[in-house]
Design a protein around this ligand. Structure first.
Ligand SMILES: [Zn+2]
Ligand SMILES: [Zn+2]
Length: 223
């Protein structure tokens, strides 16, 4: 298969590597969408490395045994390789698992941990099936784009009686605008980038302030 690598600052390439093989409950997913997250900073600095990407959506391509997904399922690919057995994993907080599986020893040095590749390898329980009618592009946003603020707002119980202040309108911040508006909350945001501010307003933010503006004074006048 082919996968993307960063060779040096500002220089990337596509290389050929062996296809991953399914084993136990780890299945092979053909990657269809791989959002760019922290990898861009690695591209700029040259520190990106040879296993790029930690989020994706795709189609299950091969399984080693019957399990939670079948060949052909459209799935979200969740990040990391948590143990699946500790209290954090069992309670759903597997992103904080302290017993991450050693990918290299499990696969005996195999490929498949990058999402910016044609195929990857993942535990079947980290592959939620994308409902019909939801595109692979939107499914891929369930990881870093929409996931962090979805979890936070769920925990905080944000609803139509709340005003949410979102500072920073990168992909995670813009995802927070979507989640807050979906819950009916009023959204105020802060960012100095005009393009990002315009996207936030399109997505339903009431106001976007640039850092340094007299935000508190303005808000006091309004209320
Ligand atoms: Zn765990
Ligand atoms: Zn990410």
């Amino acid at each position: 298969m082919k996968k993307a690598v960063i060779e040096s600052a500002g220089r990337a390439a596509v290389i050929d590597v062996p296809d991953p093989e399914p084993r136990q409950n780890w299945v092979v997913v053909e990657v269809k969408v791989a959002p760019m997250c922290t990898e861009y900073k690695g591209f700029v600095s040259g520190a990106g490395g040879s296993n790029l990407g930690h989020e994706a959506s795709g189609v299950v391509a091969a399984v080693a045994q019957p399990g939670r997904v079948q060949v052909g399922d459209r799935v979200v690919v969740m990040p990391q390789y948590p143990c699946g057995r500790c209290d954090l994993c069992v309670s759903g907080e597997y992103i904080h698992c302290e017993s991450i599986v050693d990918f290299s020893s499990f696969t005996e040095g195999g490929e498949g941990r990058a999402t910016m590749a044609q195929y990857l390898l993942k535990h079947d329980w980290l592959l939620p099936v994308i409902p019909e009618g939801v595109s692979l592009e939107h499914g891929a946003m369930a990881c870093c784009g929409l996931g962090p603020s979805f979890g936070a707002f769920e925990g905080m119980g944000v609803d139509a009686f709340h005003t949410v202040l979102i500072t920073g309108l990168g992909p995670v911040g813009l995802g927070a605008v979507i989640n807050a508006r979906h819950r009916g909350a009023r959204v105020l945001a802060v960012d100095s980038n005009p393009w990002r501010a315009a996207r936030a307003l399109e997505l339903g933010a009431e106001e976007v302030f640039a850092p340094g503006e007299q935000v508190l004074t303005e808000l006091r006048h309004r209320t």
